[in-house]
Design a protein around this ligand. Structure first.
Ligand code: C2E
Ligand code: MG
Ligand code: MG
Length: 564
């Protein structure tokens, strides 16, 4: 039986005895290399006939006897992208023969070329042939390293083990070749979901794993897990056929769930098992507490995904007033989420999640469009000079359709670009300075105003202020809060105001809550204020009422605001 199956193995193979003499070779070997080859290490042996370079067969034979196995590079074959590196693997095999003489199984395998000759050798030992991903050996090595780093630096680490659901059925239905193709596609899709510093590996069969280094908090691991889940949403195309796949995941965290690679992998495995029991296509944590948190977050995530479609977002508007003219000049659009389960959710609780999930791009577009539609209506009502200010997030600036969308929205709503202002924070600028600068330049060229928001809390770089096309600077409320009784805050606010004036920027103080603050800011030369003193953010209806009343009320308000 062995003999027959050996003869049919699909890659060239042969058995040699302990002297290097070929005892038997299989069909494909005979077809490719002929019958003439009788030994491996001799003068006219396989190596001297087929191996490139000037390796000495005799010394290789010594090496084999010493190490009991050998991996030899026989050079390249084929051309272009089909180029392959040919390897000869020699392993000892147990014999049932009573004389107990050692035999070696030799097989010739082709490896697609990944890089240079040296790196190919490394590839074979450390990388999975099918997917090109690190294999289990390299995974453990890197995991060990990451663990030691995290220990040293007191960082958090996560590992996710994932397994394709019902892969055996795929294997039975489609056969090995097509199933291998699916594994390759899975690897390719998932690879894009991780950072370069995370090790993503194929552990074997349909099992993959990833080590997530330097987690800011443990919840970050659930973001990665949902990203993995998303990667399976689209079908895989195999031989023109659509195949839907899913995966189950187990997540384990360091230092909470274990200290060693073995322990962490075992615990991630048991979490994976839990996912399979829960009905697959999901992820589980090793610890119960994390599972609870993950479930809450998952609920929030899935509701957030439907929120646009279900029209659960709403814009509130907060008035912005010019102090000396006592004039309502602008208003800031602030998003709220009316969640059917939890009621009104403030932006700081869902914007960060929307950013992580990539939902901020469509949400941001909705905000822009809705704000412009509202503004168009107010202009028709006669408030032609009113400006609306819209917050943006870094992800929108990374999306290269922002400018087109902006243009389209202005055209559709008929709003004059001068009446629109875009707010951007320093962290957005820092994320990708070249691209952001270019986009801001174009936004500014369109006639749209640009404001730097929350100034003072981030990098507060004077370079940005000088070089980017800002019209307005908004001082963060952190400096306004204690302005009347904290000398430092007062000095900082005053300096920012002076700086902005020097650069010809319009200065807005945010979070103004008291008369005293207002008087103080006016003295320091601030032009505009926004805050609870004037008004809280209002629903559209109440803002429209505010618009009408404010103009009527202005005189008395001026007195009220204690300004001449
Ligand atoms: P922001 O742009 O700095 O907005 C000002 C925030 O300060 C608002 O909080 C506003 O309600 C609050 N505020 C205004 N006056 C006062 C005051 O006198 N006292 C106090 N204590 N707070 C005041 P909100 O609406 O919760 O928004 C928080 C942040 O969420 C915003 O900060 C902005 O960064 C972000 N955000 C809001 N809407 C959007 C949006 O449509 N897109 C994006 N990307 N971010 C948004
Ligand atoms: Mg803002
Ligand atoms: Mg702000």
């Amino acid at each position: 039986v062995f003999r027959d199956s050996f003869l049919d193995i699909s890659f060239p193979s042969f058995l040699i005895d302990s002297q290097g003499k070929i005892i038997i070779s299989n069909k494909i070997f005979q077809k490719r290399y002929g019958f003439g080859v009788e030994n491996v290490f001799g003068e006219n042996g396989f190596i001297s006939k087929y191996m490139s370079g000037d390796l000495n067969p005799a010394s290789l034979f010594e090496k084999l006897k010493k190490n009991n196995c050998l991996l030899l590079n026989l050079g390249m074959s084929g051309e272009g992208t089909a180029q392959e590196m040919i390897f000869l693997n020699i392993y000892p095999v147990c014999t049932t023969k009573e004389d107990g003489k050692l035999m070696y199984l030799c097989s010739i395998q082709a490896q697609p070329v990944f890089g240079t000759t040296d790196s190919v050798l490394r590839q074979v030992a450390h990388y999975d042939i099918l997917t090109g991903l690190p294999n289990r050996i390299l995974f453990k090595e890197r995991f060990e390293q990451a663990l030691r780093n995290s220990e040293r630096n007191g960082e958090h680490l996560g590992i996710i083990i994932l397994d394709l659901d019902r892969f055996k059925r795929i294997n039975d239905t489609f056969g090995h070749t097509k199933s291998d193709e699916i594994l390759k596609q899975v690897a390719g899709r998932l690879k894009q979901k991780f950072r370069k510093t995370d090790t993503f590996a194929r552990l074997g069969g349909d099992e993959f794993a990833v080590v997530l280094t330097d987690l800011k908090n443990f919840e970050d691991s659930s973001i990665v897990a949902s990203n993995i889940k998303d990667a399976f949403q689209a079908p895989f195309i195999i031989g023109g056929e659509k195949v839907y796949m899913s995966s189950s995941m187990g997540i384990c965290l360091f230092p909470n769930d274990g200290e060693s690679v073995e322990q962490l992998m075992k615990n991630a495995d048991s979490a994976l098992y839990h996912s399979k029991n829960r009905g697959r296509n999901c992820y589980s944590y090793y610890s119960g507490e994390m599972n609870q948190k993950a479930n809450e977050r998952l609920g929030l995530e899935s509701r957030l995904r439907d929120a646009i479609k279900n029209q659960e977002f709403e814009l509130y508007y907060q008035p912005r007033v010019n102090i000396s003219q006592c004039k309502l000049v602008s208003c800031e659009a602030l998003i709220r989420w009316n969640d059917p389960e939890k009621g009104i959710i403030p932006p700081l609780e869902f914007i960060p999640i929307a950013e992580e999930l990539g939902l901020i791009v469509p949400i941001g577009e909705w905000v822009l469009r809705t704000a412009c539609e509202d503004l168009a209506r107010w202009q028709k009502m006669g408030f032609t000079e009113l400006q609306v200010s819209v917050n943006t997030s870094a992800k929108q600036f990374a999306d290269n359709t922002l400018l087109d969308k902006l243009e389209q929205i202005l055209e559709d709503t008929g709003v004059d670009s001068r009446n629109l202002e875009i707010e951007i924070t320093e962290s957005t600028i820092v994320k990708n300075i070249t691209m952001t600068a270019k986009t801001l330049e174009e936004i500014s060229n369109m006639g749209v105003s640009v404001a730097i928001d929350d100034f003072g809390t981030g990098y507060s770089s004077l370079n940005y202020l000088k070089n980017l096309p800002f019209d307005t600077l908004k001082i963060d409320m952190e400096f306004i809060r204690d302005i009347t009784n904290n000398k430092n805050d007062a000095a900082i606010a005053k300096a920012i105001i002076a700086l902005a004036q020097g650069l010809n920027l319009n200065v807005v103080s945010e979070g103004v809550e008291t008369e005293d603050q207002l008087v103080h800011l006016k003295k320091a030369g601030c032009n505009e204020v926004q805050g609870f003193l004037i008004s809280r953010p209002l629903t559209v209806e109440r803002f429209e009422k505010f618009l009408k009343d404010f103009s009527v009320d202005c005189k008395s308000r001026k007195a009220e605001m204690n300004i001449s």
